[in-house]
Design a protein around this ligand. Structure first.
Ligand code: SF4
Length: 299
């Protein structure tokens, strides 16, 4: 991702500038004329065709490939997901092969990617698709009803694979809209979906959705957006007001929790006892040393 972190002194400046920015009323956001919407679409589509990253899931956007990539990209950066995606597609090239796989094999390929319920849901959904439809469904409500698929992923599959005018809203899209609109706070989730629904064109909805997400990933980045390279700079309220660095407000992260554990190493005849782990495993069901949570005061 382009753009780096900010130092502590920059942080304090940022905090001050945020405090000085008066709040806009979200009930009266910027009204877009038809000409502005047309310009927004044209500029974004032109920029996307020229500058989009050559990501492997963009080569052949079948519903299966879009689905796998979108699930992998949840909470995961593209560069991390790419090798997992390639290995997964090599082993399970289509929904039939995934539906027929053992859960253990699916989890093994997911190992290291985190958020393991994603892999279990993929497997469950693949079985369901084959049992119920025989092939990947095309309708938004049917896709949305599959395990592990929310509005964003269903929209991505419909638009990217089937070229249906279904909007998507992820973190990148939210940030781009927040800045284009110059919103300091108070925007509800429905607002972002409404905006994307109004902007998405009937022609090329796939490229439009990807263009907004790509802009958020490469140009309208969280810290120090690259406004001078932005194709929609002239339409951006935050840029006009000079507040693009101050919005959206940064959310404070929860501190990571540590869990002390005790491990049992039992060795006999050159063999070590392993057990199928559940609660304390990174991948539930994975094999590891017997272990349990270490409670304070235990010896
Ligand atoms: Fe983001 Fe800057 Fe473009 Fe506005 S002009 S959308 S803040 S990159």
């Amino acid at each position: 991702m382009i753009g780096g972190g900010i130092g502590s002194s920059d942080n304090s400046i940022m905090r001050e500038s945020r405090q000085l920015v008066p709040l806009l009323n979200i009930d009266s956001p910027h009204t877009w004329s038809a000409m502005e919407v047309r310009k927004l679409r044209q500029n974004l589509l032109r920029w996307y065709r020229r500058y989009r990253r050559p990501l492997p899931w963009r080569d052949t956007p079948t519903p299966y490939r879009v689905w796998i990539s979108e699930i992998m990209l949840q909470q995961t950066q593209a560069k991390t997901a790419i090798p997992y995606y390639s290995r997964f597609l090599e082993r399970f090239p289509d929904v039939e092969s995934l539906a027929g796989a053992l859960e253990h094999d699916v989890m093994e390929l997911w190992s290291g990617l985190g958020y393991y319920s994603r892999a279990r849901n993929l497997h469950r959904a693949a079985k369901l698709i084959i049992e119920k439809y025989g092939e990947f469904p095309r309708d938004f409500p049917e896709i949305l009803a599959l395990p592990g698929i929310g509005r964003y992923t269903a929209g991505a599959i419909c638009s990217l694979a089937f070229n249906q005018a279904q909007p998507v809203v992820d973190g990148n899209v939210r940030r781009v809209i927040t800045r284009l609109e110059g919103i300091r706070s108070g925007a509800r989730e429905a607002f972002f979906w409404d905006r994307m629904s109004a902007w998405i064109p009937e022609k090329q909805p796939s490229d439009f959705n990807q263009a907004v997400m790509e802009l958020g990933a490469m140009v309208c980045v969280p810290s120090h957006p690259l406004c001078s390279r932005c194709p929609v700079e002239g339409l951006c309220e935050a840029r006009r007001l000079g507040i693009q660095e101050a919005i959206p407000a940064v959310r404070t992260r929860r501190a990571a929790q540590q869990t002390p554990v005790v491990l049992l190493i039992l060795e006999a005849k050159n063999r070590i006892l392993l057990t199928s782990l559940q609660k304390l495993a990174i991948v539930p069901g994975q094999w590891g040393l017997p272990c349990s949570r270490f409670l304070h005061g235990e010896s």
